[in-house]
Design a binder for this molecule. Structure first.
Ligand code: ATP
Ligand code: MG
Length: 156
């Protein structure tokens, strides 16, 4: 996989688009390579969550999950990008974030999700924690090609 652009990320993450009928009404793509980018991702997600009128608790959950995934994208994926999409399933509205990198991939996804597992001297709580903070969570990772992690938070 080459440096992922917006289209690459969509293609790579397409199995993660869990509601096939969901209409995407807007897509914003940001780079995820530096600490400043993490700040930018947090700001964008907060703004979009506010715009969708998520509760303050749900806003914070989504921003926290996004932060963890952005840090993993940088630390383990060698940098990448995020797509933030406003989606509408017909029944409900939500925000979907897809983090994509072209790093080494995750060989053992269940192991990576286990609390306490880290390959980089972290706490090993980021992925599992992010999963618990959102409504939908999916990982597509290919050895030597990269990783895409998609999360969705629905407006209740
Ligand atoms: N984008 C990625 N590419 C490759 N490996 C990843 C990626 N994201 C996570 N991993 C792997 O999954 C492991 C677990 O990730 P997790 O975020 O749960 O913990 P951590 O980043 O090691 O520590 P913490 O997030 O608690 O500081 C990582 O240590 C790494 O081995
Ligand atoms: Mg982490």
């Amino acid at each position: 996989m080459n440096a992922p652009g917006a289209d690459d990320a969509v293609r790579f993450a397409s199995p993660l688009l869990t509601e096939p009928g969901a209409r995407v009404s807007s897509t914003i793509t940001l780079p995820v390579r530096t600490d400043e980018h993490v700040v930018g991702v947090r700001k964008l997600v907060r703004e979009q969550a506010l715009d969708l009128k998520l509760s303050l608790v749900d806003q914070t959950k989504l921003v926290t999950a996004a932060s963890e995934l952005a840090r993993n994208t940088i630390k383990y994926g060698g940098g990448g990008m995020v797509q933030a999409q406003r989606i509408d399933s017909g029944l409900r509205q939500g925000l979907r974030l897809v983090f994509a990198d072209d790093g080494p991939g995750i060989a053992d996804i269940p192991q990576a999700l286990r609390d306490g597992f880290t390959s980089g001297g972290g706490m090993g709580l980021g992925l599992g924690g992010a999963k618990r903070l959102v409504d939908e969570f999916d990982i597509d990772s290919r050895s030597g090609e990269g990783t895409a992690v998609a999360i969705v938070k629905w407006k209740k």
